[in-house]
Design a protein around this ligand. Structure first.
Ligand code: 13P
Ligand code: SF4
Length: 366
């Protein structure tokens, strides 16, 4: 992720009390009215969430960003690729900001454009079949542009299956990046056999595969992963089930194949929120996703027992956790001063090419 930090946050923000910061944020929201929209991802801190005009998963938030007729400014409480996507999907006059410019996504950085270009070239040399690139939303704008340019599209964890179906209507093979697990879990449930899903290891000739394996493959999975979701394992599921045979286990599709297979249900952060909301009081649920969301759900549903799947609590996305009240208050103060230090702006032609791939995603739905 390219960072261009124009300004450091003044120390005075860290000296203010949470009440003072909240009052400042609420005032700014009132002053800006409909001209300002704050989008908040489900993984945001508990004290940031109430300030979101919309709270959602990455699909729903990109949809919201694209549908704001009166808005002049969007403040995205999330990570860098989310703010970039919002900028791509909104008209040029709508300005998009990321309150903490250090909030990136390590998985999004696992597919550098140069390596993806090289892989694409190698694939073209080995197969004459049409390969459709699909990039997970958790990727840099240049990769989204790559998909737009090469007849592909973007997916999120809520529409990966629809995206793969779309791709197979338009070609014979799918090149899926950067998250191998979302790609594998989705392809598996679509009946794509194990030897038709191959792993592409960047840096190795043909990604470490034989020519024959590439020719046979239907889905080529980039070797990327989310380190947060790698904390969940089969042993934890088995131990929890032994302790409580009635426990429900719901996980995010960024988890490993064996974790998703052993869970009762899996889906996007919105899916997880909806899943919990449908359970009866007294239900015990272990959740395999980022800790902020699990803690918030436990707080919202005290009549249920809601636990993190990994008991040591290490499944925290430090990047999602970066956005604090101080950052949001500072961002809103900067808006008043017409100061664009926290602006996220995707340059042309990347913006237009990425928009093609994102529009295809919005068309297939969530
Ligand atoms: P969702 O698309 O489910 O909101 O997830 C985004 C993400 O970053 C998960 O780690
Ligand atoms: Fe990226 Fe993982 Fe954090 Fe999601 S949880 S933003 S994939 S690092």
């Amino acid at each position: 992720m390219a960072l261009s930090i124009l300004k450091e946050q003044p120390k005075s923000y860290r000296e203010k009390s949470p009440e003072e910061l909240k009052a400042r944020i609420a005032d700014a929201k009132q002053r800006w009215g409909e001209r300002l929209v704050i989008l908040a991802h489900h993984y945001q801190r508990m004290d940031i969430v109430p300030f979101g005009d919309f709270l959602g998963d990455s699909f729903a938030l990109s949809q919201k960003a694209a549908m704001q007729p009166k808005v002049e400014r969007i403040v995205f409480c999330g990570v860098h690729f989310m703010a970039e996507s919002a900028d791509i999907l909104t008209p040029p006059e709508v300005k998009v900001y990321l309150p903490n410019p250090y909030a990136g996504c390590p998985m999004a950085d696992m597919a550098p454009k140069l390596q993806v270009d090289r892989a694409w070239e190698e694939l073209g040399q080995v197969t004459s079949e049409t390969v459709i690139p699909i990039s997970y939303m958790n990727s840099a704008a240049v990769l989204k542009a790559f998909c737009g340019r090469n007849g592909g599209l973007i997916c999120t964890s809520s529409n990966a299956r629809q995206a793969l179906s779309w791709a197979f209507d338009h070609g014979q093979k799918v090149f899926f990046f950067p998250d191998q697990h979302l790609g594998r879990n989705t392809a598996k449930r679509m009946g794509i056999a194990e030897d038709e899903r191959i792993l592409w290891q960047p840096g190795l000739p043909l990604g470490g595969n034989s020519e024959e394996a590439v020719k046979k493959a239907k889905v080529i999975l980039w070797k990327g992963f989310c380190h947060v979701h790698m904390n969940f394992d089969l042993e934890s599921i088995q131990a929890l089930r032994k302790e409580n045979p009635d426990i429900h286990i719901v996980v995010h599709p960024e988890c490993r194949e064996e974790v998703v297979d052993a869970a009762d249900a899996f889906g996007s952060t919105k899916f997880i929120v909806d899943y919990v909301s449908k359970q009866k009081p007294g239900t015990a649920i272990a959740i395999g996703t980022e800790l902020n969301l699990v803690q918030r759900l436990a707080h919202e549903y005290p009549e249920m027992t809601i636990l993190p799947l990994q008991k040591d609590g290490c499944a925290t996305c430090v990047n999602m956790y970066r956005t604090k009240l101080t950052d949001l208050a500072w961002n809103l103060d900067l808006l008043d001063k017409e100061d664009d230090s926290l602006l996220i702006q995707v340059p042309e032609p990347v913006r237009s090419e990425a928009c093609i791939a994102l529009d295809r995603m919005l068309e297939i739905g969530g």
